[in-house]
Design a protein around this ligand. Structure first.
Ligand code: MTE
Length: 328
């Protein structure tokens, strides 16, 4: 998307504009950065809350592991978790609608019974896995991660899921496998947004194999101990907390090991704005807005954005010697 175009298709409305627009709608509120923050606050007390009452996903974290150990691995952050109502009511999921505040209602009846994920490509043991299979490969663990959207807002989300590395080990990648490609369900009946041209369908994403094997990388099947809500990517989505949120592909049906860098939806849509790597980086601005700070949902004021979203100890090695401006 050209930098001078601000369309309703843009996932990525700068929050300052978005919240200012809300501020204008809430008549009587002064404009400016302070007002933008205030109106953000007001907005995040949604008028309609869609609750999620689905099944539970019980996390069985290693009882021997101390909080300090979990903090050191990046599996926990010492920051307040974002309230569930925000996680469930402010979403990007173009297969349903491009309106963040309308995703929860639009996706509410999305049925995922009998879901299967094909894991294939350059592997010795291709497999078709149910969610139960995933949980049998590796017991679900809780991971409390920061989530930083490229739009400069952030949350702290208690995911439940299975390390992707355990699933990949089970299918045995061959020596030619260098990347992992992910694909969302293609079904315009169940995902009415796919009848529009908001994006090229199906939504696709990718990681380098070493990124996919990093212990932080999660196939999440739940949030706050409940099975994944439709609006957040039921029944299974990717979570890579050191990357911008758009890498977190939802409702995955295929994971394919490949030799070349696979296409990714937002890069295909606007290559000069959204890169393959999409590592959180306060020093590399988006063409239309700064990435230096962020609005933590539920907080007032702004936080400084951290390189790799604060997960440098866990992932900086993956990018040794790479120019992070070029490989954005
Ligand atoms: N996955 C699919 N299939 N379709 C989408 O539109 N949006 C992405 C990502 N995964 C998207 C997707 C974007 S832009 C973001 S910021 C996150 O999902 C939002 O996740 P959340 O709604 O759970 O916060």
């Amino acid at each position: 998307m050209p930098t001078d175009r601000q369309s309703s298709n843009d996932p990525i409305t700068p929050p300052s504009l978005y919240f200012n627009r809300r501020g204008i709608l809430n008549a009587g509120i002064a404009l400016g950065s302070v007002a933008a923050t205030a109106s953000a606050y007001r907005w995040f007390n949604p008028v309609t809350n869609v609750n999620h009452n689905a099944g539970t996903v019980v996390a069985t974290n290693d009882a021997e592991e101390s909080e300090e150990q979990r903090l050191a691995k990046g599996w926990l952050v010492r920051e307040d978790k974002t309230a569930e109502k925000y996680i469930l009511n402010y979403n990007n999921f173009y297969e349903f609608t491009t309106q963040k505040e309308a995703v929860a209602a639009a996706a509410a009846n999305f049925k995922t019974e009998g879901w299967e994920i094909v894991v294939d490509g350059l592997v010795s043991k291709p497999a078709t896995l149910t969610i139960e299979d995933l949980h049998n490969i590796s017991e679900p663990q809780e991971r409390v991660y920061r989530m930083r959207c490229v739009e400069a807002w952030s949350m702290v989300i208690p995911w439940v899921g299975v390390p992707l590395s355990h699933v990949l080990e089970a299918v045995e990648p061959t020596s030619n496998a260098k990347y992992v490609a992910f694909e969302t369900l293609l079904d315009p009946e169940r995902m009415p947004g796919q009848r529009t041209r908001a994006l090229e369908w199906p939504y696709v994403e990718g990681l380098r194999l070493d990124e996919a094997m990093n212990p932080l990388t999660l196939l999440a099947t739940g949030i706050y101990g409940k099975s994944m809500p439709p609006q957040d990517g039921a029944p299974v989505r990717l979570v890579t907390p050191w990357k911008y949120g758009f890498k977190g592909i939802k409702s995955i049906v295929r994971i394919t090991l490949v030799a070349e860098e696979p296409p990714t939806s937002w890069n295909r849509f606007a290559p000069h704005e959204y890169g393959f790597y999409a590592n959180v980086n306060p020093a590399v601005d988006h063409p239309r807005w700064s990435q230096a700070t962020e609005q933590r949902i539920g907080e007032s004021g702004r936080r400084k954005t951290l390189l790799f979203n604060g997960y440098g100890d866990q992932v900086a090695d993956l990018y040794q010697g790479m120019d992070l401006r070029k490989f954005y």
